[in-house]
Design a protein around this ligand. Sequence first.
Ligand code: NAP
Length: 961
Amino acid sequence: MHIGYQGIENSYSHQVCSKFLDMKKLGDDKVKGFKSFEIVFSCLLFGLIDFAILPIENSIGGCIFLNYDLFYKHNIKIHCEFHHNIEHSLYSTNPDFLGIEKIISHPQALQQCKDNLKKNNFEIEEYWDTTASMERLLELKDDNYGCLAPPGLSEKYGLYELKKCFNDQENNITRFYLISLKDKKFDFGNILRKQYNGLNLVSIKNKFSGYVVIKDKIGSLQMYLNKFNEKNINLTKIESRPYLGSDRNKMNTAFSYIFYIEGEYNFRDNKIEKSDDDSYQFNYFGEFSIFDFIDDNRMLENSNINKLNDQNSKDESNENIIFNGKLNIGVVGFGRFGQFISEKMVKYGFNVYATSRSDYTSEANKMNVTFSEFDTFLENHFEILDIIIFATSINSFEKVINHFIESSKDKFKNKIIVDVLSVKEYPNEIFRKSGIDNNNLVLLTHPMFGPDSAKNSWVGKKFVYWYYYKDYSRFDKTVQEKTDHFIKFWENQGCEIICLDSINHDFLSANSQFLSHFIGRMLELFNCEETIIDTDLYSNLLKVKNYACNDSWDLFDGLYNYNNQSKETIRKLKFSLFNLIENLETKKMKESSTGKVFSLIKELKSEGQKLLNLAIGEPKWYPNMDSDFLHQLKKDEISEYSTSKGESKLIDKLIDTYKEKSLIAEINSENVMITSGAKFGLYLILKLLTKPGSKWIIPKPYWVSYPDIIESLEGESIFVDTEVSNNWEPNIDEIWKLNKSDYNYNNIKGIILCNPNNPTGISYSDKFINYLINLVIKKKIYLIVDEVYLMVDGKIKSLYSKINENNDLSKYLVIVSSFSKYYAIPGWRVGYVFTNKDMIKDLCKIQSTISGCCSKASQELAYNLLERNLNPDLSFLGKSKLKIENILEKKGWKFGKSFSSGNQMYIFPYHEDENTVSELEENLLSNNVFFMNGKSFGVENCLRILLPFDEKELKSLSKYL
Ligand code: NAP
């Protein structure tokens, strides 16, 4: 795109180009100066330039008629007007002002300084451009010469700037027009700059310009001008020029004229209509806005003036006239956006009548909108409305439209129905379904901006519209005109008008508007805040967040649920996010540390090595499975699938067993499911509750698999330190602190506790457990309790029993356990989960998707073990514990004390001296005694040792301690 002006670089016209044009988008080389106005016009005609910026009038020197005549001759279009303050400086090669005799400059500049020139007895010489006159001085090299040119150029030209503000009057302003040939579309967004020195570009007045050829008859001019008066138009200019049309000779006088007329519209739609008499035709150069960069205070002043004018005019207007060029607009839904557009429409001169679910009378009064509740709106105003704009939330749109049609069936005729929803296929469908489109013209629109993004100006903002009629001409002519007027309103605000069908709109907006709203909402969840070192890029991100979150949730929800393309946008976004992360991280699947040691032990055993395995938590009290027992299993159809919830007879038996052992007072089968081992149960729970980035609090020391599972689900673990001196029990205040809505921790899903604990073997105190329950209920976070060692301990109750005391806990508590330890069948993989029934349903769905079910044979086996009431004698564990603790305590090792006096499978000695720890480790390993290092459980200087289950094992371990 090329833009021309008359003059050279730094001339006034060039200054206007630099100030108002978006040079970054256009490129400096696209804006070119030409020697004369005629050349600029020739360039327009030959397509060498697309637009031109030309001065038309100076507040002191008056009109530049030549340009008016060229406008008329070439049938141009005016797109907008700019005002520029003109100051002339006097330059010379001579530093002595008194030595100057002759001044050269453009005739307009000379005219504007004529009194000062006269006072100083200067002779004058006209030149083609002000700034070019400086170059002329340099060519002349005559100290008797001076020139008038824009200020601040002395250094650039090497001339003395002898006088500043040499113009006769201070208020010296020139009006410039941005013009093109008639059919050229003006793209405000790409041509005009939106900000200048921190000020915003706004449309400050609406104008028109054109000409009329008046018949040479008594009173004809007066009669014609009366039309403007009748239409309440403020005429700002009338100039007569000789009529130079091709039929000039047919006129029977040498003095026939055309009249250039300009004016301001209070009511833009009051335009002078086409005349039946061709000779009185008003020919528009354009209806356009004056744009300027102004600050907030001036904007306020400006809006007050507008309001005053509008009010005066409104009082005089007759509301019963249906169409006199002034549209009556109904706005249904007077929320954030409804108010935003209504205010502008009132200022523009439309009569606006609004209704809404809530009462907005006082807001409406402030902006001269007539607000009424729905029934009054229908009864008193509906009849006179030309256009009804639906500006309700997307999700209430269908309901509102249907309610409207039902209540005003007969009145809905020849209206223009407009929606402004941010999705377009959906209202399109609703309009079709409602049949409203049969008798009314439906216009689908989406102003692609709102109260934040277009707070100061609508210039360059995009306005999308689409009528879905192939045959638009079937509508009444007035309806068509009103629709054109309505679209013109947006155009006159400086909007870029885009005609786009609803399918393409939704596709594009899902990938632009919805994407930005989604990212904005995400940034809010992220807790993105201003910092003292914000970069521009980051400040823009904050803007995205603020703009998106200032809009209602309904709007966001509507963008997602009523645009089919939005789901695809999220899918693409997820894919891109994980792809990007993958490119940054080389991710390796982790093998659990117990798994690694287990593989090593198996390998050594298969090589025939003798070793003592005190590393892996495999019970040594495996049940005796004689052939009778196994035969019994076969009888039931153990090779079939089970349900994902598990065999109901096993669930019932399990509940009975828990009750018999007094581990739980009350639990229903709907609160239980069977899983393929406790680890898988835990995975299912975490899979259900963990979203990428979710955080889980895990007290140390912890079972090795918790963080690994969480990481595999893109979640994050937050560890809480504990000390042996406090029996490895976390300080509850630490956990409370983590749950403050500190931005690092605002995504906490819950806490995972292993009770009795693996690796320490000890159970947490009742006091701690009660604090924890209090916390999860208050903070509404989950508490997952791994009770795999509960029956081994044999003395503490399941935490599930607390639900009987506190029903709120049922929402948050999940218990996971298994048959692996007490019933000693780890390889059969049977676990179970206790939680509320809704969560059980969801967990069943996930288990059914991932693995189907827990093996029926395993469940059958577990059932039989319960049926036989297997009750292993674990008393040897106590003996082992005493002995080993005794030996190690003498060497300075420390142990936490368990809240319960029950059995433990492990001991977890701690020594503050790491050398002592290493020595013991080396000693044990060199004697083929395997154990786990405390680091695997998140704690240094500790060992986890499986307690020996017979004398022989106990003896050999004691030997190496
Ligand atoms: P919104 O939350 O989408 O809509 C609020 C409007 O909907 C209010 O007038 C509200 O009435 C009405 N409403 C909500 N639920 C209703 C229900 N159940 N029954 C009747 N009316 C109900 O917020 P908005 O920003 O004002 O947007 C309005 C429309 O303009 C939306 O369709 C939106 O897509 C579109 N739009 C918005 C923007 C923007 O930047 N905000 C830009 C372009 C287009 P009350 O207030 O009386 O309760």
